[in-house]
Design a binder for this molecule. Structure first.
Ligand SMILES: CC(C)(COP(=O)(O)OP(=O)(O)OC[C@H]1O[C@@H](n2cnc3c(N)ncnc32)[C@H](O)[C@@H]1OP(=O)(O)O)[C@@H](O)C(=O)NCCC(=O)NCCS
Length: 220
């Protein structure tokens, strides 16, 4: 079993520089900056960030030195800090890099709409994207939403797999949705999340996540 040393909490203003770094890295193709500061103040928007929880975790700059100078450490965070320095060069001198990813959610009527979800490249494939989807669904339940929806590039196979796993179905296509290359978007939407069937599916997915990663820590 892997022990995950990443948890979710609500995004704060001081997180914005790191979130912009993650956004730029993930969406370099046709990147248009999200007005995070404005959206953070909106009651219709929720942002969650995935952050480091290891109590003895070392800030980015010194940890990078430690990771290269000592024996390899297999912990998730050590793997991150050894690879992430170049992606964070802009902020590294003044700020500790402790964020691994984020998700943006708009609450529109009875729909929670995922506007963006991203994980630092060096940390992908280790459950953090899945944790962000679990956090999104918990926000949707807490806010009394009926379903969760999003758009994804038709070519974004990895994201489709993640959404399929959490019961998002293809609900339609938006033609030429992305301005950079006129790629179509697939609209993916869950079934109604308050049905017994969806609640059961979500519970068993969380149980499997716990078995695999050891913990789910989410502060809404
Ligand atoms: C999409 C993204 C957020 C997934 O985050 P992640 O932390 O890598 O995902 P996880 O490790 O939690 O994996 C969850 C599921 O995603 C799918 N997945 C993840 N990596 C995959 C890969 N390399 N190949 C195929 N499926 C993959 C699998 O279904 C996986 O579940 P499994 O482990 O049971 O097979 C991440 O790849 C990312 O930031 N991509 C760039 C930004 C982006 O495209 N965002 C989506 C916009 S719509």
């Amino acid at each position: 079993m892997l022990i995950m040393d990443v948890a979710l909490r609500r995004m704060r203003a001081e997180d914005i520089p790191q979130v912009i770094e993650i956004e730029k890295e993930a969406f370099s193709q046709g990147w248009v900056g999200t007005p995070f500061r404005r959206e953070l103040n909106s009651r219709y928007c929720r942002f969650l960030v995935a952050y480091q929880t290891a109590p003895d975790a070392t800030p980015l700059e010194s940890a990078t030195v430690a990771a290269t100078a000592s024996a390899p450490d297999s912990s998730l965070w050590a793997r991150m800090v050894s690879g992430v320095k170049s992606a964070l060069r802009i902020e590294a001198d003044t700020q500790d890099a402790d964020l691994a990813g984020y998700v943006g959610i708009w609450l529109q009527g009875d729909q929670a709409h995922i506007t963006e979800i991203a994980v630092r490249q060096q940390l992908r494939g280790q459950g953090i994207g899945e944790l962000l989807i679990i956090g999104t669904l918990r926000v949707a339940y807490e806010q009394g939403m009926e379903e969760v929806t999003l758009e994804a590039r038709v070519s974004n196979f990895i994201a489709h797999r993640l959404y399929d796993k959490y019961g998002f179905n293809q609900a339609g296509i938006r033609k030429n949705y992305y301005a950079d290359n006129r790629e179509d978007a697939v609209i993916m939407t869950t079934d109604r999340i308050h049905t017994g069937a969806y609640r059961g599916k979500f519970s068993s997915l969380q149980e499997r996540f716990l078995e695999r990663y050891g913990t789910i820590q989410i502060e809404l």
